[in-house]
Ligand binder design. Structure first.
Ligand SMILES: Cc1ncc(COP(=O)(O)O)c(C=O)c1O
Length: 395
């Protein structure tokens, strides 16, 4: 008898078992726009897990631009950027993005995931090394897996471990790839030290600004601006699916590097381009990121207020330095229970469990938007106090 590849599917029960407990937190059907308030299964929830950091995903001007783009260019480009899928709007936002982050050129992929896949795998060839932080985003890891180079990882934000890895491979072409703001932990990469080490060992630096673009830095340019080190970062990657209120991924660098990626990244060449409606949204969202710094200021004030309140309640907020505030709550079961109790109290949050976190250190990942009001924040704090106490997560 031959083996059946479907066997593992027939034997997969984990999700169904979790559903039976009532603690299944995934794939909930949202029936409204993505703001601080959403409708799930007919009832209102206050959201603490969105990446709509600046609140632009339902901004009237962003929606209007998206609609106008669809009307002008249609609903799809029906092909790859490489062949028939590039229009003047793609090129317009590429120029705008490059100027915004201070690089010569940029390239727009269909998603952030595609950007990391395509850029990392094309930049790191045979005999070369990609050096990643252990807590880098999965799309970075996927990009490394697709490359023909060697992959090595250093302990999270541990600069002596990074130096150990770099010294082991001295003399080879090396690319250090880090998240600017780490997506689950909410802490910031140690760019000043990374830059010193990169110079010492002749490595290039690639920063994924998914959670920092629009958020960090006076102008919202991200981690490199936060540290005033724009020239030290060789490649900037950013996704449009968070602060830029759309979907799509950018790579920005000098023209030669962008040109190389453009003609070698398989995830650019072998997939259809970003639909006009999404590009239209990015176009105006970028303008608003630049024109309305008050959104960023409000967001950071909210994050810092909420973090202090959580700490005062007795929550472990880890090393959050951004609008992502992860609360360590215990084992997976506690995280699932807490998610459910919060849900029943009107809060929509995200549990993060093993293997994404070490055993016993599951978290409720909370994140904030410039559009959360004081009433929303007070409601969130009240419910986390009530549920945390009931579960014994806080005293
Ligand atoms: C750090 C990081 N990089 C890349 C991505 C992928 O971006 P996208 O959702 O646009 O594919 C994400 C999204 O979750 C992310 O958090």
């Amino acid at each position: 008898m031959s083996a059946d590849v479907f066997e593992k599917c027939f034997g997969f029960h984990a999700a169904d078992e979790l559903k039976q407990t009532g603690f299944y937190p995934y794939f909930h059907r949202i029936e409204s726009q993505q703001g601080p308030e959403i409708i799930v299964n007919g009832s209102k929830k206050i959201v603490v897990c969105s990446n709509n950091y600046l609140g632009l995903a339902n901004h009237p001007k962003v929606i209007e631009s998206s609609v106008l783009a669809a009307k002008k260019y249609g609903t799809s480009c029906t092909g790859s950027r490489f062949l028939n899928g590039t229009n003047d709007l793609h090129e317009k936002v590429e120029k705008k993005f490059a100027k915004f982050v201070g690089k010569e050129e940029s390239l727009l992929f269909t998603t952030g995931h595609h950007s990391n896949l395509g850029a990392i795998s094309s930049l790191v060839g045979k005999g070369e090394v990609v050096v990643t932080d252990r807590l880098d985003h999965a799309s970075i890891i996927d990009g490394c897996r697709l490359s023909f180079g060697e992959m090595t990882r250093f302990r999270h934000n541990d600069m002596s471990d990074l130096e150990r890895q770099l010294s082991k491979h001295q003399g080879k072409g090396m690319l250090i790839v880090v998240d600017g703001v780490f997506s689950m932990e909410g802490d910031i990469t140690n760019l000043p030290e990374i830059s010193k080490l990169a110079k010492k060992y002749g490595a290039r630096i690639f920063v994924d600004e998914a959670h920092s673009l629009g958020v960090l830095g006076k102008k919202g340019m991200g981690t490199s601006e936060y540290f005033n080190m724009q020239d030290d970062v060789d490649v900037i990657m950013a996704t449009a699916s968070k602060s830029l209120a759309s979907i799509g991924g950018f790579i920005a660098s000098n023209s030669k590097v962008v040109n190389y990626i453009k003609h070698n990244a398989r995830s650019m060449i072998f997939t259809a381009s970003l639909p006009p409606a999404c590009v239209g949204a990015i176009d105006i969202a970028l303008d608003l990121v630049i024109a309305e710094p008050e959104r960023r200021i409000k967001l950071m004030q909210t994050a810092s207020k909420i973090k202090e309140e959580f700490k005062a309640m007795g929550y472990n907020v880890n090393n959050s330095q951004s609008p992502i505030i992860p609360l360590t709550v215990g084992n997976d079961l506690v995280a699932f229970k807490m998610w459910r109790m919060l849900f029943d109290e009107g809060i929509f949050a995200s549990p993060v469990v093993t293997p994404a976190v070490p055993e016993g250190q599951s978290i409720i990942r909370t994140s904030y938007m410039a559009t959360h009001t004081d009433d929303h924040l007070n409601f969130i704090l009240e419910k986390f106090r009530k549920v945390g106490k009931r579960l014994g997560v806080i005293a």
